[in-house]
Structures are given as structure tokens and as C-alpha cells.
Design a protein around this ligand. Sequence first.
Ligand code: PLP
Length: 372
Amino acid sequence: MGKNVFEEYGLKKIINASGKMTALGASSVTEEVASALKVAAKEYVDIEELIEYAGKVIAYHTGSEDGCPTIGAASGIAIAVAAVIAGRNRSLIEKMPNSDGLKNEIVIQKGQTINFGGTIDQMIRMGGGKVIEVGSVNKVEREHIEQAITDKTAALIFVKSHHAVQKGMQTVENMVRVAQKHQIPLIVDGAAESDFRKYITMGADIVVYSGGKALEGPTSGFICGKKNLMEACREQYKGIGRAMKVGKESILGLIVALNQYQLKVPRAEEQLSRMESMCQKLNEIEGLSCVTKQDEAGRSIYRAQIKVKEKAGITAEQLLYRLKNGDPAIYLRDHYVNIGVLSVDPRPLLIGQEDIIAERIITVIKGDDSIA
Ligand SMILES: *Cc1c(COP(=O)(O)O)cnc(C)c1O
């Protein structure tokens, strides 16, 4: 393999086995998406028309009434919040995030106020929302939500994420019921989800996705939902959205990625068998045990979970550190490093990189590597 473009600039070569991580460049796009980015960068277009057209493409692929392209799911949250507060009123749009005197409260379950690299709380506030956390981190009842609703409530938000507490929260179905009963919009943050129709079908008013995660598109995102709300979202580009401008390249790349998405063959089975054969190699090493495990949020992602036991003579933290500081730098998924478990996410791996990972781990455990 030749040098990649970042190596040409003296930056380190990365093997990404940790997932769709913003910190590692999120996704690697297809040739078609890459060429859309290149072509779009060279030509002119009426941006408002392009954004409206993207809205139609988003609607088509999500089964929603309309859509709005964004530069990421994080900006999607801020824009959606500003939209439910300011609507299409130009003066209010320009006043955001100052929402004094307006219906501005956004109700969120305590176990869902996550940090995905930035905090959801801050994204809501950037959109002019006042965050109303309800319940406890591990327990939220329906009453907590209902009793938090006042004449100041602008929306409810539900966060579907492996980062969130999975047990004890109100389900998205219940959130839909409460939102409909009180006639307030429900925003769903489904940034990393791969089913772009699910929450719209369930009755959510606004759903926010990342374009760089399951979609494997460029740095981008999209919002889908009710027509009037999507029009309001697009209008925010004359307000806070201007500081999160999505360029013509990203929009066209997003459109091409969405159009390709349905055609993509599911690769879960192939990925599972690659992880199984990597586990076989690692299970021959004393001190390691490796099994394949389905994603915590129930998506069809099968990761290898490597348990580093005392007999390995090294802790999971030390192994993680050594891999990260090797050449190439290997990034494993480290959510469970505190209990001695490291995971390998097959989605971002090129064919064969799982062998490089297994070899490096074995070398480190055997103490044959020279890196301190
Ligand atoms: C990744 C993520 C985001 C942010 O998405 P970007 O596209 O990187 O802006 C927001 N919410 C959740 C739950 C996420 O996982």
C-alpha cells in the first residue's frame, strides 16, 4: 500500500478499529461520493435551491414530508431547536440563541444528556433552548416528562445512542404519545442510527442524523420531519445556522450518499466472520479471550471484544496505549477499558487490517515490540 494523503504531510498512519469517530475522521466515502465532492467544489449553484432540493432527497429516503441538510448531527440539533423556538420569523431567527420571553424549554431525560464529543446540552442551548432535565440518571417515569411540560415547553427531545443510559428511560414510543397528547413537537437525535425511516414512521416530528456515521457520507448531517418545521430549519441558515454553514460540496456528497445507501449490500455477515477469525488467533494467546458481540444499541454491528486477563502480563489500558503509539497507530474501541475489555469495530477496517491488529496485539503481549 502506498502512502495515504495524510502521511504525505507527515501525519501518522491510522488503523481505525474504534468506529465512526469524529476524532479519527468519521468515515471513508465511496468513489461516487468523493467525485461528487470534487465536482461540486468547482461549480456554482443557487444554494437555496440546492438546500431545498436536498430536502426533497432527504424526504424521499426517510419517508418524511421534507428535510434540511446540515454540516453534522450536532448542528442539526441546534438548528432544529432554533426552528421550534423561532419558527420562520426573521426577527426571532436573528435574535437566537437569545430566546428570552419565548417558548424555549426543551425537555430531556436525565440519562440522555450525553457527551458525544460535545455535549447535547450545549447544542440545545446554542439553538436558544433552555434544557429541562427530568428524572434521575437511571430512572425516568412518564410523569416526570408530563409534569415538566408547561406553556414554555418548545419541544421534547429523545436521544437514541449507545452513549445514553439504556435502562430505566421512557421509550421513544412513550415520548411520541406524550408529545402528541400535549401537541408539542418531539425531536429525535438518531445521529448514529442506520434506519432513516424508523422514527418518522413512529410519529416523531423532527429526526436528526449524522451524514458521516451509518450513511458513510462526507462531513454532513440531515434533519427530516414535518414540512413547516423543515422550512423553519432551512430558514435558520439566516440565523445561527450561518455559523454552521453547510457547503455545496457536502450537500452534493450527502445527496449522492443517500441515493447510494439503499443499494449498499449489508456487510454484517462478512464483518462477523472476519471478527471471528481474528478472535480465533487471539484466543490462542494466554491471557486473552476474544468473543464477538452485537452492538449495545441493537444495530447489526458485530464487534470483537477482547478481554485482557491478568495472565497477559499487561493491562487493557497499557495494551491500548501501546497500539495507539505504534506504527501504524491502531485505535481500538475503549468504552469498556475500565473492566479490561477492548473492542474491534469491523466497519471502518479495510480488508486484512484485522490481521495487522491481531499480529500487533500478539507482538505486544509477547513483549517482542520495541516501543516503550
Ligand atoms: C455523533 C453524535 C452526534 C453528533 O453528530 P455529528 O454528525 O458528528 O455532528 C450527536 N448525537 C449523537 C447521539 C451522536 O452519536
